[in-house]
Design a protein around this ligand. Structure first.
Ligand code: ZEM
Length: 285
């Protein structure tokens, strides 16, 4: 009891929390060997509910802990990510769930080889489901450019930021038991890179022949996938210009992604005035 009390009184060292999350990422029995991608998806879905017109949603509150938001179709499978972080919340009880989930996104991206993403603590958890956002605020994979613009403009993003953020699909995969879709976007789903943009442009994308929802596969190997919403990025002139830029220049992608992801994680968060902006070192291998 007294040791716990002493630990709770000590100011939180966020690099220690970072390191604890980094240690929990690898697991050879899970997906492609890392929980990194699903943690990035958790951070994104917690934040991507933001509506700039009403100031509702966003990562503050961690309302996905509660029904009905936990049961929204878009959040299927994210209990895997929330449960993974539970022992870390127990070890560092001072951190809010909302800070922990957003920090986990930063850790996962950096540890998978992505850019350094500056991060600020200060999110507070909601106590009840009253702050849960209505269903339908996250993008629908079966739709195209108009829908993407409606959803991301509502959060306050522009076309270039939409494309940069979508580059996170270099990571991870679709699961039939979560979204109904199937397969990874790239050959290296646990490495953050500009591969998603390169493959969008270099491969021939054809309809997957199956009884599941409409999605594309690469004609050459049939092992990669694109959602209708991914293909919208090359079927729209403005989006495609940014795809081409990021396919050519990975440094530019990393810089733009880091800025857009930081913005995403901070949407609607009432940070205390003196909240420091932190950057973290990659955990020692
Ligand atoms: Zn995703 N995403 N996403 N995304 N996403 C999935 C998986 C992952 C869309 C979408 O419908 C889907 C962003 C934007 C958009 C990640 C990160 C980010 C899946 C598969 C779908 C269907 C879920 C499953 O079955 O497990 C759409 C339509 C988007 C609009 C542009 C943004 C922005 C992201 C972060 C910045 C990640 C990392 C995954 C992989 C998760 C995993 O478990 O492997």
């Amino acid at each position: 009891m007294r040791a716990d009390a002493a630990r709770a009184a000590k100011p939180l060292n966020y690099q220690e929390v970072y390191n604890a999350i980094a240690e929990a990422l690898d697991n050879s029995d899970y997906d492609d060997g890392s929980y990194g991608p699903v943690l990035v998806r958790l951070a994104w879905h917690a934040a991507g509910t933001y509506d700039k017109n009403t100031g509702t949603g966003g990562s503050n509150g961690a309302t996905m802990r509660f029904n009905p938001e936990s049961a929204h179709g878009a959040n299927a499978g994210l209990s895997v990510a929330r449960d993974l972080l539970e022992p870390i919340k127990k070890r560092f009880p001072q951190i809010s769930y909302s800070d922990l989930w957003s920090l986990a996104g930063v850790v996962a991206i950096q540890e998978m080889g992505g850019p350094t993403i500056p991060w600020r603590p200060g999110r507070k958890d909601a106590d009840t489901s009253a702050a849960c956002t209505p269903d339908g605020r996250l993008p629908d994979a079966s739709q195209a450019h108009d829908h993407l613009r409606n959803i991301f403009y509502r959060m306050g993003f522009n076309d270039q930021e939409i494309v940069a953020l979508a580059g996170a699909h270099a990571l991870g995969r679709c699961h039939t038991d979560r979204s109904g879709y199937e397969g990874p976007w790239t050959f290296s789903p646990t490495t953050f890179s500009n591969s998603y943009f390169k493959l969008l442009l270099s491969e021939r994308w054809v309809d997957k022949k199956w009884s599941g929802p409409k999605q594309a596969v690469d004609k050459a190997t049939g092992s990669l996938m694109m959602l209708p919403a991914d293909l919208a990025l090359i079927n729209d002139r403005v989006f495609k210009k940014h795809v081409a830029e990021y396919a050519k220049d990975e440094n530019k992608f990393f810089a733009d992604f880091a800025a857009a992801f930081k913005k995403l994680e901070e949407l609607g968060v009432p940070f205390p005035e003196n909240a420091p902006t932190l950057t973290f070192n990659r955990a020692a291998a």
